[in-house]
Design a protein around this ligand. Sequence first.
Ligand code: MG
Length: 281
Amino acid sequence: MKPISQSHLDLRSVRALILDADGTLWYGDRSVPGVPELFAFLREQRIAHIIATNNSVHPAPVILAKLERFGVRLGAEHLITCTEVTSSYLKDRFPRGAKVYPIGQRGLLEALQAGGYEILTDVSQKADAVVVGADPTLTYEKLKYAVLHIQRGAIFVGTNPDVVSPNSEGLLPEAGAIQAAVAAATGISPVVMGKPQPYLFQMAVKKIGSQPAETAVIGDRLDTDILGGHTVGLHTILVETGVDRASSISEKQVNPEMVVTDLVALVQAWREQLQCVGCAG
Ligand SMILES: [Mg+2]
């Protein structure tokens, strides 16, 4: 198999890397090949790096613990989730704090608590914002409260737009599906934080202190990772270990600058290009 099926990207110009998680670093509970080798390479070459994920279910320490099981130990400064971006967005809208009605799991609830928001559990008080993430414990009551708060003037924010997430049972409803139910009942669409909207990548670049022109994003989905990367002016690398393949490009009309079969192929190509510093190009 050809390790690199397409490349218009000079990796020597990339000084920072934003990484997707699901489908890029792991697939469910399985690591993809080459994860420890990639992070060792990034550290060795002093290439800044951060994982940027649309996962609203798990808090950052749970995600970092999973990575550690796959042989990579990273600090919290190397991870940004859509819930952290959601909390930051609310801070801009409500600098003096806010009452928030959430639909979501620990990842969202802990991010809101860390942001100092008052979390409502019913409609006895007026909410400033309704935030909807993925929630496997969704009930009619939660939908009802979210809808009532929005009808009473709360802004409507979504953590991420994904409508389904892959699972051993099939494609299960994700945050976007719940947002669609609330939108149907209120006639109001949410402001959505995760990829492909620009907020997550903009905050990732800020967190690692890089410039978009020297930063690449690597991910397995054309419609989120690669499209979102284009929106923010990042270099883009599709890795074929998750949802999309090079063969999906013409159908989806989203063009990454580079396509690699896996992370092993990326490190190999990057090393070869760096060893070629004296070459023309
Ligand atoms: Mg992914």
